[in-house]
Each structure stands twice: as structure tokens, then as C-alpha cells.
Design a protein around this ligand. Structure first.
Ligand code: NDP
Length: 276
């Protein structure tokens, strides 16, 4: 079930005209939040690595906009707890639905299984937010990094995002405004960003920006962007970071839901294009 109430394109308005007026009133009163939207109008989003941190907040903000959001996590228990909490919040506030979808983005088999499960719920996706990421080398430098750290980091932050995008492109192609948002970092910026901190993480985000450019070229009808959330107070960002998760998520949600499609192929922070 995608919608909580299957209005079925207002079919039953013909036998109950007053119902049509009520629905029209509700939709005009709460244009972004009303979950009584007809099936073809409700936007659908998928957020990876969303059991906590920025991804969790992106799910919450998209649900507040009426999206049906697939909250994805590699850990089934953590993901189900996170999705269950947000779904209860959504029911109270009449937001969009939140559904759990397990994906370990570093495992191609896990991505394939997730596609099969997703297809049982939906045949379309409007926004894919490649948010999952790992940081393993914040106390290393380029001379001390190991092949293992390099492999895990790039398999997750770079290849993982590309493989998830490839897997969900058939669903995104059914959207009238498909979007892929890759959550990158200013530490991956070659102009004025990378400064020696967390070298493998930074390289993985520089390469993720390359993935963004290549996907934008391969998918001219899509909006494909990299986004930097700023320095955010999460497990990864630490408690000294300057931004709350709500502030960090806001720019991602804007790209997923509101930004002009013409911004495709750019790197964005706080709704502004920044250098690569
Ligand atoms: P968190 O560490 O809080 O969250 C990271 C999420 O990614 C977790 O849900 C984690 O799952 C998940 N993840 C890691 N590896 C995988 C995997 N193989 N498959 C699926 N999920 C995985 O970090 P943030 O919320 O801060 O980071 C979110 C994104 O924002 C990342 O891409 C990060 O690089 C980026 N970013 C963050 C900044 C910050 O200041 N916080 C700054 C710039 C960019 P699990 O719980 O199982 O580990």
C-alpha cells in the first residue's frame, strides 16, 4: 500500500460529490503534507544510511512534505526502529508514510535484493538520496592510510552510491522530475576544500563528485547533484560541529524536493553552487 487512503483518482467523487469538495479543500489547505493525495501525485523518495544522523532527519523532513519515504539502513534492527519511530510521528502529524528498506550499499547483492523488495511497493521513484557514508581515517594522513581503509571507504562512499543509482534508475525514469542527490563533503573539493584531513574519506568524496558529473551526463532528463551539508553534529561530525541535523538536512531536502532541475551536474551547499 503506497497511500493510507486509496482515493483512486477521485473515482468515488461521482457517487458522493460533497467528498470531492472536502478532498479539494484538504489538498489546498495542506498542499505539501496531506497524505490523502491520489496515488500518481504522491512523491516517493529513498534515503540510504538513514537510521541515524543526517539521513534520518532528511527522511523526517521529506515525510513532513508529504513524501512516501523509504528509510534505508544496512542494520535491519536499527533501520526498523528508526522507520517505526518516524512512521508513528507521521501518523500523528498526517505526514507522508515511512517504510523501511534494508540496503548495505557496499554489497551488490544487498542492493539487488532491495530493488526486488522496493518493486513490491512501488513502480516509481522521484528522489534518490545517496546519504550513507563512512569515515575511517580522520586521524590518518596520506602516508599512513592502508589498502583496507581505502577499499572499504571507496566501496561505500563512491561505488556504493553509483551502484544504488544504477539499480534505481529504472524506477526514477518513471518520475516526471527524477532526482539523484549524492551527499558529498567540502573535504572532497579540490578547489579550496581538501587540506590533508581524512585523506581517503576526502578522496572518496572527490570521486563521488565525479560520479555526480558522469551520472548527470548519462541521464540528461534527471537532476543529479552533489551536496555538502556543512559541518553537522552527528556521530560522524562530532559534538563540536557548527550545524544541527535539521540545518544539515535542509539543503539536501531542498535539492530533493524544490530545486530547479536545471541545477543538474553541480555541487551545492546552502542552495548555492560551490566549486568542485
Ligand atoms: P552518521 O555516521 O551519523 O551516519 C552515517 C550513516 O551511513 C549511518 O546510518 C550508517 O549506518 C550509514 N552507512 C555507513 N556505511 C553503510 C553501508 N555500507 N551501507 C548502508 N549504510 C551505511 O553520519 P552523518 O549523518 O554525519 O553523514 C551522512 C552523510 O553526510 C555522509 O555521506 C557523510 O559523509 C556526509 N557528511 C557529513 C558531514 C558532517 O559534518 N556530519 C559533513 C559532510 C558530509 P550504521 O549506523 O549502520 O553505521
Amino acid at each position: 500500500m503506497i497511500e493510507r487512503l486509496n482515493v483512486n483518482d477521485y473515482e468515488f467523487d461521482s457517487w458522493f460529490p460533497g467528498f470531492q469538495i472536502s478532498i479539494a479543500f484538504l489538498l489546498s489547505r495542506f498542499p505539501e503534507r496531506c497524505s490523502l493525495m491520489p496515488k500518481h501525485e504522491q512523491r516517493i523518495a529513498l534515503v540510504t544510511g538513514a537510521n541515524k544522523g543526517i539521513g534520518f532527519e532528511v527522511v523526517r523532513q521529506l515525510a513532513q512534505k508529504g513524501y512516501h519515504v523509504f528509510l534505508s539502513a544496512r542494520d535491519e534492527k536499527a533501520g526498523r526502529i528508526a522507520a517505526g519511530g518516524l512512521q508513528r510521528e507521521s501518523e500523528k502529524q498526517h505526514n507522508g508514510e515511512v517504510t523501511f528498506l534494508q540496503i548495505d550499499i557496499s554489497e551488490p547483492g544487498s542492493i539487488r535484493r532491495a530493488v526486488n523488495r522496493f518493486a513490491k511497493h512501488c513502480d516509481r521513484l522521484d528522489a534518490l538520496i545517496n546519504n550513507a557514508g563512512t569515515l575511517l581515517d580522520d586521524d590518518e594522513n596520506a602516508l599512513t592510510i592502508t589498502p583496507e581503509i581505502f577499499d572499504i571507504t571507496l566501496r561505500t562512499n563512491t561505488l556504493g552510491a553509483l551502484l544504488v543509482a544504477q539499480a534505481f534508475v529504472p524506477f526514477l525514469k518513471k518520475s516526471d522530475a527524477p532526482r539523484i542527490i549524492n551527499v558529498s563533503s567540502s573535504s572532497g573539493q579540490l578547489a579550496d576544500g581538501a587540506d590533508g584531513w581524512a585523506p581517503v574519506y576526502s578522496i572518496s568524496k572527490t570521486a563521488l563528485n565525479g560520479v555526480t558529473i558522469q551520472l548527470a551526463a548519462a541521464l540528461p532528463k534527471f537532476a543529479v547533484n552533489s551536496v555538502c551539508p556543512g559541518w553537522v553534529r552527528t556521530g560522524m561530525g562530532g559534538s563540536n560541529a557548527t550545524r544541527s541535523v535539521a540545518e544539515g538536512a535542509a539543503g539536501i531536502v531542498w535539492l530533493a524536493a524544490e530545486a530547479p532541475q536545471s541545477l543538474t551536474g553541480t555541487f551545492v551547499r546552502d542552495r548555492e553552487v560551490i566549486p568542485w
